[in-house]
Design a protein around this ligand. Structure first.
Ligand code: PLP
Length: 394
């Protein structure tokens, strides 16, 4: 084949740091894989990870759990959301996010997103007034951070609990404040394709002692909550213990040992990702059929992937993405009629009531998504640019 072709798979995962291997080895040697025990004189990896997250964000509490989905479920539940409550959710997100709301037995009401993939504040206010939600689960999907000043103002004005899904924004901020700190709780994922790769895992950060106590108890602490990295006082725990079921959503020691050193090197990786994203964005600028969503000036992003909107009919998008795939650049497309691979959109979620989302549907129809391993070289990024230019420059 003549012309550009990317030889390295975009599905490749960068190696874990040596410290993660050492930590994992120590856990395996000890055979103590469970986060609790009757005898933990040196504390546990999970507790250290919780302390490290709380320190990193300057929050009073961090609660580690077994996935990002569990983090959202537990954060909503522990903030007081109950079955049959309405929870708003921005329409550009991934299936585990409505899944966390459904898991609670609460009702998902979708909110429209604008041409730059951010929640539409006018529709957010309309949905608040029409549906009287208990909470808004704001998903910073693919790292596109909303107008947080506007979101917080609306939630405060209408007494709506704000929970942030930060699965794609560990290291991103708005006006100097890290995502995860704008509402009652921030929820992170430690799944392989996120900023920290522990295979599976989730973390809730919060300053609310009741929320933290309820999340610890519901995550399945048995009576060993004191072994947490940032436990609330015994009084607070006892306020909730009799009323909180054990939902068994604990993080294990192996995942925590793998995750902990990656928090220390987070900024290094995020800088690499920002450089890759910036080079890619500059490379495709000016292409006639392709638009890159704008990031707000207030936002420092932490991209792990690259999105563009192809302003073309479906069959033309299909054809151009086939050209990219042939040349080693697989691209996911949110406009596909069927849910495929990791990619689905609200019309595939039959359990969520349909709602008119005209702006979101217009942008999702052409939305394309490229995964970016953090160790892509400049040459590899230039090859991706060359492939996109070849496919879209006419
Ligand atoms: C936007 C978003 N939020 C939350 C999650 C949930 O994370 P987890 O897979 O750890 O449950 C994902 C997973 O990919 C996601 O893409």
């Amino acid at each position: 084949m003549e012309g550009p072709r990317l030889e390295r798979p975009l599905t490749s995962v960068p190696p874990l740091p040596a410290a993660a291997m050492e930590g994992a080895g120590a856990v395996l040697d000890s055979a103590r894989l469970f986060r609790y025990g009757e005898h933990v004189p040196e504390g546990t990896w999970v507790a250290r990870l919780e302390r490290a997250f709380a320190e990193h964000f300057g929050t009073r509490f961090a609660v580690a759990v077994n996935s990002g989905g569990s983090a959202m479920f537990l954060a909503l539940r522990s903030a007081g959301v109950e079955a049959d409550d309405v929870v708003l959710l921005n329409a550009f997100t991934l299936a585990p996010v409505p899944g966390a709301i459904e898991h609670l037995g609460a009702k998902v009401v979708l909110v429209d997103v604008d041409a730059d993939l951010r929640v539409d504040l006018v529709d957010l206010e309309t949905a608040i007034v029409e549906h009287r939600p208990k909470a808004f689960l704001l998903s910073h999907m693919r790292g596109h951070v909303a107008d947080m000043a506007g979101v917080v103002a609306l939630c405060e004005a209408h007494d709506v609990i704000l929970i942030e899904d930060c699965a794609h924004t560990l290291g991103a901020s708005y006006d100097g404040t890290p995502t995860g700190l704008f509402g009652a709780a921030g929820c992170f994922s430690l799944q392989t394709w996120k900023q920290i790769n522990a295979g599976e895992g989730g973390i809730i950060v919060t300053d609310d002692e009741d929320l933290a106590a309820r999340a610890i108890l519901a995550s399945g602490a048995y009576m060993l909550h004191a072994q947490h990295g940032t436990p609330p006082s015994e009084d607070v725990i006892q306020r909730w213990a009799p009323h909180t079921p054990n939902c068994s959503m604990r993080l294990n020691e192996l995942a925590a040992a793998i995750a902990l050193p990656q928090l220390a090197s987070l900024e290094e990786r995020n800088d690499a990702w920002r450089a890759i994203y910036g080079r890619l964005e500059a490379g495709v600028r000016g292409l006639p059929n392709l638009r890159v969503p704008r990031t707000l000036d207030e936002v420092v992003h932490a991209p792990t992937s690259f999105q563009f909107i192809a302003d073309l009919p479906s069959d033309a998008i299909e054809h151009r993405l086939a050209v990219c795939a042939e040349r080693g650049v697989p691209i996911k497309w949110f406009g596909r009629p069927q849910a495929t691979g990791f990619t689905s959109v609200h019309r595939h979620w039959g359990y969520v009531e349909a709602r008119a989302l005209p702006k979101g549907d217009a942008v999702l129809a052409g939305l394309c998504d490229v995964r970016l391993p953090s160790d892509l070289t400049e040459d590899e990024v230039d090859t991706i640019v060359a492939v996109l230019r070849l496919a879209f420059d006419h």
